[in-house]
Design a protein around this ligand. Sequence first.
Ligand SMILES: [Zn+2]
Length: 166
Amino acid sequence: MEEEATAGEMTNGTAGEAAQAGKAAEATEATEATEATDGGTDQPSPPLVPCPVPLCGTPNDPDAATCSACDTPLFGYGRLRLYPDYLFNQGLAAARDNRLTAARDCFAAVVHWCPTDTEARNALALASLQLGDRDSARWHWQEVLRRRSGDRRAASGLSRLDRDPG
Ligand SMILES: [Zn+2]
């Protein structure tokens, strides 16, 4: 009986040690993960993305998988937030190069993602008009005015459509 008790204690002891070792291993992994994330900031500074949790708001690398402060999953969030700006700039560049179809498609994507973006919608309307799609131009300028009455670009675009019947 004495031997059995000893064996039992030894088993408990071993299990406890194993559990502690496991915790230590987890802690090491967490530290390494944090260091890996910090290491990314040495690269040419991509714009930081604030954590979407209102009470957190910690700036994170746009490629970070989780918020460094609260562990909220961020995957894709940075790109989702920054992509419309990127597309809008691509659209402006395409319009400058007279690549009107590409410009129109970029602006259309921004408007699809951000329906309240009247600047992008004005640009979409103008690109549509330049491509000869008067119905689309009219619809988007009307939509701008519906969202922001008194918008001058939309108003002048519509009057341009009315003056010049195609
Ligand atoms: Zn956070």
